[in-house]
Unconditional design. Sequence first.
Length: 169
Amino acid sequence: MTGPESEGSQVRRAVCPGSFDPITNGHLDIIARASRLYDEVYVAVMINKSKKGLFEIEERIELIREVTAEYDNVRVEAFHGLLVDFCKQREIPAIVKGLRAVSDFDYELQMAQMNIGLTGVETLFVPTNPTYSFLSSSLVKEVAAWGGDVSHLVPAPVLEALNKRLHKD
Ligand code: PNS
């Protein structure tokens, strides 16, 4: 087949999904690696209405856009619904997830098996850089809230946003 249709179908797309409340250096490492492996990488900020975050969805998106600006093939979007539907609507055949430790594996495997069962979307696990194997957004928020130094764990714009949000006075 020739023409735009066949060219379109050859674009290799993947999604890096998460809450990103806020994005950390661990997330950024996975996104950067995915951007080298795929033609287009979507960062999907999944909206969970039952979980109030520290940052609004728009703020999370803005921060992710800022810190991924150097990767031309990365797009950032919010989505309310099932990840498999996000993938179906954008013809994304693969989900890329970082695995920090064995403790991540049980739940990640469950989700991967559920997702492939729902629509056939594959999940690829990438081993997290050992420097960030202990890192999570929740821990960053907790440490930052008590005045601990997280400057080596988050990109500079995120550090600034955390300080503004947590230490207003
Ligand atoms: O950063 P998180 O909170 O660990 O990411 C989890 C996330 C958002 C990727 C996961 O909860 C998810 O995919 N949510 C979207 C809703 C959905 O598809 N649920 C069924 C999962 S099998």
